[in-house]
Design a protein around this ligand. Structure first.
Ligand SMILES: [Zn+2]
Ligand SMILES: [Zn+2]
Length: 307
């Protein structure tokens, strides 16, 4: 199983014909995390062929409309389609008030347990851990209280079998279990196949950092250091640096500079202002500083590669 980021919306504050507002689905070994839920998120989930009810948890970075106005509709559809599995949402303070008002005025009682967890303000903190991943939140630098998220694959401790080993030696389940614990394989005629010929060391856990919306700030470097994929606010090009700072957003050059400083493997640009009809020059600006840069487009899928 893999570790994939599906971009549902890559635009900034207003949807355009080509870009919806911010939303992504992160699929880590089958555990599905929705990050942000801008207007139109339900249609994008369908277009991306993600099963709505398979979303396991939701992270909301902040309470600007372009990051959560799609959420009430999505929750409503989950209810109407018969969801019974509880759903946890992690968000800044205030989302619980929004839902309390919506449920009250619409006289709605959900079929499932909706747990809205308020992210503790101003600190980096773990917010979720399970067998597949660990998620932590950290404050970022926007015009209102806003959080970035770090999603880390759980460290695999057991050895994994090399390709074709099972077929080559016709291994039974108990052979596989012993080999994964470090035993050699003894063939029927007595030949010993050393464990090192059969297994490889566990891969290092992959990491994804989501920072949107935010200004550039060097304080982020230690938090996102060495991640496999960094998604960073690129609302503006480098000519609009002052404007970006005044609105709590980032630029191409700032995203690339941060990626370089934090020695990440790949940079994903997103949250493009609707003023840019063609973002090729923006990608080129970033690539001049950090070559392994890609631009988010709606419904694009980025796989975090195993090293
Ligand atoms: Zn935004
Ligand atoms: Zn915002």
């Amino acid at each position: 199983m893999g570790f994939y980021v599906t971009v549902l919306g890559s635009g900034a504050s207003m949807p355009t014909g080509h870009r919806c507002c911010s939303a992504q689905v992160v699929n880590i070994e089958g555990f599905k995390i929705l990050i942000d839920a801008g207007e139109g998120v339900q249609n994008q989930i369908r277009r991306a062929h993600v099963k709505m009810q398979s979303i396991d948890t939701i992270l909301i970075s902040h309470l600007h409309g372009d990051h959560f106005f799609g959420l009430p509709g999505l929750i409503s559809s989950m209810h109407l389609c018969g969801r019974t599995q509880p759903l946890d949402i992690y968000a800044p303070k205030g989302l619980d008030d929004v839902f309390e008002a919506i449920f009250r005025v619409s006289n709605t009682e959900l079929n499932f347990q909706l747990n809205i967890h308020t992210i503790t303000p101003d600190v980096s903190q773990p917010i979720l851990a399970n067998a597949k991943c660990r998620i932590s939140s950290f404050p970022i630098y926007h015009s209102i209280e806003t959080y970035g998220f770090l999603i880390e694959e759980q460290k695999k401790t057991s050895l994994s079998l090399k390709r074709d080993v099972c077929k080559k030696y016709n291994l039974a389940a108990d052979d596989i279990a012993r080999i994964k614990q470090g035993d050699d394989l003894v063939l029927p005629e007595g030949t010993i196949v050393p464990n090192a010929n059969l297994t490889q060391q566990p891969k290092s856990p992959r990491k994804y950092a989501y920072c949107c919306d935010t200004s550039y700030n060097e304080n982020l470097v230690p938090i996102i250091k060495g991640v496999d994929l960094l998604c960073f606010d690129t609302t503006f090009d480098s000519k609009n640096e002052e404007l970006a700072l005044s609105k709590g957003h980032g630029t191409t050059v700032q995203a690339a500079t941060l990626a370089k400083q934090a020695e990440v493997s790949q940079l994903l640009l997103t949250h493009f202002s609707a003023r840019f009809k063609d973002i090729t020059p923006l990608v080129e600006e970033a690539q001049a500083i950090f070559p392994n840069t890609v631009a988010a487009t709606d419904l694009s899928v980025i796989e975090l590669q195993t090293l």
